[in-house]
Ligand binder design. Structure first.
Ligand SMILES: Nc1ncnc2c1ncn2[C@@H]1O[C@H](COP(=O)(O)OP(=O)(O)OP(=O)(O)O)[C@@H](O)[C@H]1O
Length: 697
């Protein structure tokens, strides 16, 4: 039964929505992507040869910048008969016959005739949710974890199982979990929550307005397209960090409750909006970041090898489209009718884009609806895309089933060019440099303090030793002096006593023997003289010994002085080492400032370019070619380089062009809508690259 026309949420509440279209705003903080290059939505594409299962080249082996071709892969899933069909179609065969092993589907035209279609996968009504995830979404999730954007989308008539396939939470029965929950489980198992980051936005596109399913008050979100990379983003949407499975399921449940749904004849809970889940994965690339400063303090080497770490920023987009429906069959009226018209309009815009891409047509009408703008990267862009088309078995809906099958067949012809989304992570480099600098400063201060303490200790020790040696020397000297003085006095005393004794002896002998004994007297004096000479010799020896001792003491003092001088010299060398370290630190800070300056300049250039490109594209959109200014003249130069120069002067002209407009503008022309301009821009870029390496990575 058709709803009365209210705005129904799945949680049963009713709210009104504002539908004010805001002008497209520029992304105020475009990231500088160093690896990924934008592929114009209508850029050169290759049509698939139609070989089933062979065109979806995975990105796993290609890590370069040129991208790898990746055809949109399409699986078809048949819903089992529901209770109503069991009764109403009891006497009729299903309108389709599946041959999963041949990956074929036969659509009955009448009782005798069938049309046969081939798909990348054919999933019968018995296919489990696990199998559906593995063939439809798992390869895309793996690509996302490798750094490529990925899209998983469900398309089909209302009530055929799109939400069942993508959005089931499976809380009571884990086997029933849909693609969203299973994809997040695989992503959580792969990322490291310490070094990587995982965030989610959940939106619905309802009657051409984008609303936040996490924060329903946020109900008019703008789409922003990066003119340089072609990346589409919705900066106004809530971005929730996901740390575990449970928080993600809560978020899905919250979003599902806010989704517009109504009861139609074809589905009691028919989604009236397209739901878009965006999972942003930021992974650091292991082993590809800068070297840390070496311990030997080689500053210039350290600065040269200081490269920012590389991060891969990829995005998984899961799109649960609202069901296509025949108004007469769904019984829509009033507001539900308006909703149905809006759904059909956006789905038909998507169909037109896919037709244009499948036919390699020059113009792809991406701007016809917000749905196609949001899915710009998923069809004909840089994402790996997998589409599941859902069909019902009822012969009463053969027409809708046929049109779903044709949509899938055309989508299989769309070829994307997968690109790695790598960036230098300047912020994390700056953070790491700060930490490194703090560590160096702390280490330097610690070493300086230890060095100063050591010098002080050595100086004090040396001074103590010198004082002790001086004191010992003075004591020794004093002792020697006292000893020799005492010995000397004793010797003098002995001599005087001996002299007195001799005189006495001599006087008594003279009285006894008379003057005749003069000979023995002489002998005695001689003996006395000999003793004196011996004593004098002893004294001389003692003096010599004392002189030697004094010399040894003086040498020791001299040695200590030499040691002190050496210590002072090493202190001076230490000071000069400290000065050198300080100089190194200053150099390092200077380098850091330079790097930060360059980052700021790059950011501002990028911002300027984004602004100019956006302005230009807006003017071009408004068909005001005369006001395009610099870029217009650049396009003219790119289209007709011979207008300025000719023949061999073309290279000079390209060089001049490069000088005048700069590389960024030339690169921006690679995304121009005009085929000629893009071709000439490619030539210019190729010439510049060949000339002298003006273009580097
Ligand atoms: N493969 C399946 N097995 C069992 N039941 C299914 C299957 N697919 C869908 N259903 C059931 O069919 C009904 C409609 O499914 P669902 O709401 O997912 O369809 P839909 O395509 O999302 O519809 P709409 O476009 O109207 O939102 C639900 O009751 C769902 O449980």
């Amino acid at each position: 039964m058709a709803a009365s026309g209210g705005y129904n949420y799945r949680d049963g509440t009713q709210r009104s929505s504002h539908k004010v279209d805001r002008p497209l705003s520029l992304n105020s903080n475009p990231k500088s992507s160093v690896k990924s290059k934008a592929l114009p939505a209508s850029g050169p594409r290759r049509n698939s040869t139609g070989s089933i299962g062979g065109g979806g080249a995975g990105p796993a082996t290609s890590k370069n910048d040129t991208g790898v071709p990746g055809r949109v892969r399409v699986a078809v899933r048949l819903r089992p008969r529901n209770a109503e069909e069991m009764v109403a179609d009891a006497d009729f065969a299903d309108c389709v016959e599946l041959q999963p092993e041949l990956k074929r589907l036969k659509l009955r035209k009448n009782n005798w005739d069938t049309d046969t279609y081939e798909f990348d996968e054919v999933l019968t009504e018995f296919a489990s949710q696990k199998r559906v995830y593995e063939v439809v979404a798992k390869p895309v999730v793996e690509s996302v974890l490798e750094g490529y954007n990925g899209t998983v989308m469900a398309y089909g008539q209302t009530g055929t199982g799109k939400t069942y396939t993508l959005g089931r939470l499976g809380e009571e029965d884990t086997a029933a979990r849909g693609i969203m929950v299973r994809a997040m489980e695989d992503i959580l198992a792969d990322v490291s929550l310490e070094s990587d980051s995982l965030s989610v936005s959940y939106l619905q596109l309802y009657m051409e307005t984008i609303q936040d399913l996490i924060d329903p008050a946020n109900d008019n979100i703008s789409i922003v397209e990066d003119p340089k990379t072609g990346d589409v983003s919705v900066p106004g949407a809530s971005l929730v960090e996901i740390r575990d499975h449970q928080s993600f399921v809560e978020l899905l449940r919250l979003g599902e409750a806010h989704r517009f749904a109504t009861n139609t004849k074809l589905n009691t809970e028919s989604s009236r909006s397209h739901a878009i889940l965006m999972v942003n994965v930021k992974k650091s690339v292991k082993g590809r970041d800068s070297a840390l400063p070496s311990q030997n303090g080689n500053n210039s080497h350290m600065v040269k090898s200081l490269k920012p770490p590389v991060v891969r920023k990829s995005k998984l987009v899961v799109v649960d489209l609202a069901g296509s429906e025949r108004i007469d069959k769904s019984g829509s009226e009033g507001h539900t009718l308006e909703e149905a018209k809006s759904i059909n309009l956006s789905l038909s815009a998507l169909g037109k884009c896919i037709n244009a891409l499948a036919e390699n047509s020059a113009h792809v009408p991406v701007r016809d609806s917000k749905l196609t703008r949001l899915l710009r990267d998923s069809f004909g862009g840089t994402a790996r895309t997998s589409l599941v088309i859902t069909i019902g078995p009822s012969p009463r809906h053969r027409g809708e089933t046929a049109s779903t099958i044709m949509f899938g067949q055309r989508a299989m012809k769309v070829e994307n060019m997968l690109k790695l989304k790598e960036e230098f992570d300047y912020k994390s480099l700056a953070r790491r440099l700060d930490i490194q600098l703090d560590k160096l400063i702390a280490e330097h201060e610690r070493q300086q303090k230890a060095f100063e303490d050591e010098i002080e200790r050595i100086t004090i020790e040396a001074q103590n030793q010198i004082s002790e040696v001086e004191r010992n020397y003075a004591d020794g000297l004093e002792k020697e002096r006292v000893k020799y003085q005492k010995d000397y006095m004793e010797s003098i005393k002995k001599l005087e006593e001996q002299l007195v004794m001799n005189q006495k002896k001599h006087g008594s002998e003279k009285i006894t023997n008379g003057p005749e004994d003069d000979g023995s007297d002489v002998t005695t004096i001689k003996e006395s003289c000999r003793v004196h000479v011996e004593e004098i010799d002893d004294l001389k020896k003692l003096l010599q010994k004392e002189t030697l001792l004094r010399k040894a003491a003086e040498e020791e003092v001299q040695n200590l002085k030499i040691q002190l001088t050496q210590w002072k010299r090493s202190e001076a060398a230490g000071n000069s080492e400290i000065l050198k370290l300080r100089k190194m630190l200053e150099d390092e800070e200077h380098q850091k400032e330079k790097l930060e300056g360059e980052i700021a300049t790059l950011h501002s250039q990028l911002l300027q370019l984004s602004f100019e490109a956006n302005e230009t594209s807006q003017r071009l959109d408004r068909n005001e070619p005369g006001k395009v200014g610099g870029l217009e003249s650049l396009m003219t130069q790119v289209r007709h380089p011979q207008l300025k120069d000719s023949g061999n002067e073309e290279k000079t002209s390209i060089a001049k062009l490069f000088e005048q407009v700069g590389l960024q503008k030339i690169l921006s022309l690679l995304e121009a809508e005009d085929n000629d301009v893009r071709i000439h821009a490619v030539k210019v870029v190729a010439n510049l690259a060949a000339e002298d390496g003006k273009i580097r990575e």
